[in-house]
Design a protein around this ligand. Structure first.
Ligand code: FAD
Ligand code: NAG
Ligand code: NAG
Ligand code: NAG
Ligand code: NAG
Ligand code: NAG
Ligand code: NAG
Ligand code: NAG
Ligand code: NAG
Ligand code: NAG
Ligand code: NAG
Ligand code: NAG
Ligand code: NAG
Length: 578
């Protein structure tokens, strides 16, 4: 049987070669026939096929070796909004981590980026050749399942590879891809509520919202606030909560009590790689549903909508404490050590939050204001002693918290940036040896970077074992800790490679003290070693079987995803080789 399959494969390859030579040996004949195929595809999708261009192109006077006329007004809009996520999400050729617009492996870096520190800096665009880089060549503005079916069919017949883009937040280049035809799902952005939603074929009813992948997190928070509910979502305004966010796990500062995004999803509608539009939930297509709950974006088909359980409106205690202007190497080390000391207790009390160097913003839905104040006393005292500030206040809703704090504190977009991360297990917090080990490791990386810590693991959430495919390490961890690095528009490929390497090496210090733990797929190291174990742990083998079943032809592939073909695939030619 194996031989038969191999034979079939060889015959197919030969037929392809044969078809090309029938059309003539000149390369233009093949590209001409491809153009005909693209025109037919365009007709099938109602004229919603587009040629992609870099978002920054209006600033340049040369594109791909040809002179073009800059558009000053359009360029000014790009420059003024270079770090604005709301502008970036509206342009196909813009990504939040901007190196994924470029072909990093090429020297000089082939792209069309501006100087982030001053987008009007003419050095970035005067006399510079703007390149499409790693941005897909074409995209379909996806509106209907038939659009995806046509693209899958097109990919199979032409060999043109596919990519899926939503809000462009991916940190690992999985929503771009040189030479690909992209499925842009950004306009599938509906939001609706049903307080007695019953998944198809099931009997349990949930108070839930159904969202398209393109609905942005902030709009969802506003929508549910209006109906006096809480949605468990990420710490940024424009993430596509119904796209890559939940597919990879999805953490929130409310996750310690309310679970990860994958814990709250009850149904997903998806066009599978074989072109079927299916409804997956606990009662039908349960294996696919399991895979969609943490198996990662891009791999299982194209999601059209997902339904998520809501929580009642919550009153929140917010602790905003820090000493930014007074931070130095010695008080920062003590600060992290204090937080390590307190983390287990904070976990049992239901706190979630972010630690960004000398500041924390934590929230709690279980404590009263007096209890929260007492709980945070030691941390507040520490910050005040350094000359910092401390507030522990009560806010009436998650939206009130999001609007007052998160919109100012969320991670900035636009830089070329990478991260390495690790889920830090309870065993490094609930005993003195563990705490000392962790504090010392943090101390050792402070000269490189202040670790960014998300207290967003489902520590108190009553999880039903086996229902999601994220690594089980999430269930027994208190921190998702990450190490970041950035570089600039004109960095050399060697320098870029050094940044990826440095991040991997510093993250390794945390891997070394957490054997058997894992990492967050959506916010992991681009070069994560042993990535299948880190992201999925013991779930990987079954995920791989499900992938083979639903995508037998491997039409959807992405970097370090389930069933990944590997870095040698030409799809990844723009990834830097370390
Ligand atoms: C500034 C910033 C802040 C962040 N904060 C958080 C946070 O607080 N919590 C958290 O958990 N994560 C956070 N993330 C990570 C975020 O969850 C991931 O980047 C996520 O993948 C983004 O999904 P997207 O659909 O918006 O992005 P995209 O880059 O468009 O897509 C991400 C991946 O999902 C795939 N995908 C997207 N839509 C679909 C679909 N409809 N069907 C199939 N595949 C799809 C893409 O192919 C790609 O592989 C943050 C990221 C950034 C840049
Ligand atoms: C697809 O068709 C539309 C409408 O006819 C057209 O505007 C668009 O340019 C076409 N796309 C491509 C890539 O040719
Ligand atoms: C850029 O030019 C090269 C050849 O000069 C061509 O093969 C390629 O398709 C062009 N790319 C774009 C995005 O136009
Ligand atoms: C971008 O910047 C301009 C100012 O140049 C501003 O008027 C506009 O609202 C911004 N946003 C978008 C989405 O263009
Ligand atoms: C798939 O492609 C073939 C050949 O291009 C075409 O004949 C067929 O109609 C397509 N099917 C779908 C569902 O688009
Ligand atoms: C809510 O879900 C129930 C059960 O599936 C269904 O009968 C009802 O029509 C839905 N309501 C709305 C407004 O969609
Ligand atoms: C988890 O379940 C236990 C026992 O049923 C209950 O006491 C606790 O409140 C639950 N926790 C959460 C966060 O719902
Ligand atoms: C909003 O929800 C909360 C929590 O369920 C409830 O106590 C409150 O009465 C509701 N308010 C309104 C206006 O419905
Ligand atoms: C952390 O706890 C240890 C003892 O468990 C103590 O020695 C150390 O001083 C504490 N660190 C801080 C900064 O409070
Ligand atoms: C760090 O800052 C604190 C508080 O401002 C100060 O007391 C301490 O001397 C400083 N330490 C170093 C090494 O600069
Ligand atoms: C905690 O409560 C005390 C007593 O009411 C108050 O003085 C203090 O400012 C509060 N701390 C914070 C951080 O809000
Ligand atoms: C990048 O450009 C800046 C000017 O914007 C220049 O100062 C710097 O030397 C350049 N770096 C490299 C590596 O070329
Ligand atoms: C990956 O990590 C797991 C858990 O530590 C280990 O059992 C496995 O052997 C590792 N695999 C590789 C290829 O290193």
């Amino acid at each position: 049987m194996v031989h038969g399959a191999q034979l079939l494969f060889c015959t197919a390859v030969l037929l392809n070669v044969g078809a090309a030579s029938v059309l003539g040996d000149r390369p233009s004949a093949r590209s001409l026939s491809l153009q005909v195929e693209f025109a037919a595809l365009n007709e099938t999708v109602g004229g919603r096929l587009y040629t992609a261009v870099p978002w920054e192109l209006p600033c340049f006077s040369e594109y791909n070796g040809t002179a073009v006329t800059p558009d000053e007004a359009a360029c000014a809009i790009v420059q003024d909004n270079y770090t604005d996520p709301f502008t970036r999400v509206t342009h196909f050729g813009a990504y939040m981590a901007s190196q994924w617009e470029t072909c990093q492996a090429e020297s000089p870096n082939a792209g069309c980026l501006l100087d982030l520190s001053d987008p009007t800096d003419p050095d970035a665009f005067d006399g510079v050749d703007c390149q499409l880089g790693n941005i897909p060549s074409y995209y379909i503005d996806v509106r209907y399942p038939s659009d995806v079916q046509a693209a899958l069919n097109f990919s199979e017949t032409t060999g043109v590879r596919l990519s899926v883009k939503n809000k462009g937040h991916d940190y690992k280049g999985r929503s771009s891809g040189k030479g690909t035809l992209a499925l842009w799902v950004t306009n599938l952005n509906s939001i609706s509520h049903n307080n007695s939603f019953v998944p198809e074929g099931c009997s349990t009813a949930y108070d839930a919202i159904t969202i398209g992948p393109g609905a942005i997190t902030e709009d969802i928070f506003e929508y549910v606030d209006n109906i006096n509910r809480t949605f468990i979502g990420g710490y940024h305004q424009t993430i596509g909560a119904g796209g890559g966010y939940f597919l990879g796990g999805g953490h929130s500062v409310l996750s310690p009590v309310f679970g990860l995004a994958v814990d709250r999803v009850v149904q997903v509608k998806v066009v599978t790689p074989e072109g079927q539009y299916v409804t997956a939930n606990e009662c039908q297509h349960p294996e696919l549903f399991f895979a969609l709950r943490g198996g990662g974006g891009s791999a299982w088909g194209v999601v059209f909508e997902s339904t998520h359980r809501l929580a009642p409106q919550v009153t929140l205690q917010v602790a905003s404490i820090g000493f930014t202007e007074h931070a130095n190497s010695s008080n920062l080390a003590d600060w992290y050590e204090l937080l390590v000391n307190e983390t287990y207790r904070f976990g049992t009390e239901g706190w979630g939050g972010h630690i960004v160097g000398p500041t924390i913003i934590y929230v709690n839905s279980l404590l009263s204001n007096a209890e929260a104040n007492a709980s945070m006393q030691a941390v507040a005292d520490f910050a005040l002693d350094q000359g910092g500030t401390a507030v522990v206040e009560e806010l009436p809703s998650y939206l009130a918290f999001f609007s007052k704090y998160v919109t100012l504190a969320e991670v900035g977009v636009g830089p070329e940036t990478t991260m390495g991360s690790r889920l830090i297990p309870t065993s490094l917090f609930d005993n003195e040896v563990g705490r000392t080990t962790l504090s010392n490791t943090i101390k050792n990386v402070l000269s490189f970077v202040n670790p960014y810590i998300v207290v967003g693991t489902p520590f108190l959430y009553n999880y039903t074992v086996g229902t999601t495919s994220v690594t089980p390490a999430w269930r027994d961890s208190l921190w998702h800790l990450s190490i970041h690095s950035e570089w600039v528009w004109n960095s050399t490929v060697e320098y870029i490679a050094e940044q990826y390497t440095a991040v991997t090496q510093h993250a390794q210090l945390f891997r070394d003290i957490t054997p058997g733990s894992g990492a967050y797929f959506n916010e992991g190291d681009v070069y994560e070693p042993n990535h299948t174990y880190s992201y999925w742990g013991e779930n990987y083998e079954i995920l791989r079987d499900i992938k083979e079943f639903y995508d037998p032809k491997g039409l959807l592939d992405c970097w370090q995803c389930v069933g990944w073909t590997g870095a040698e695939d030409t799809l990844y030619e723009c990834f830097v080789e370390l």
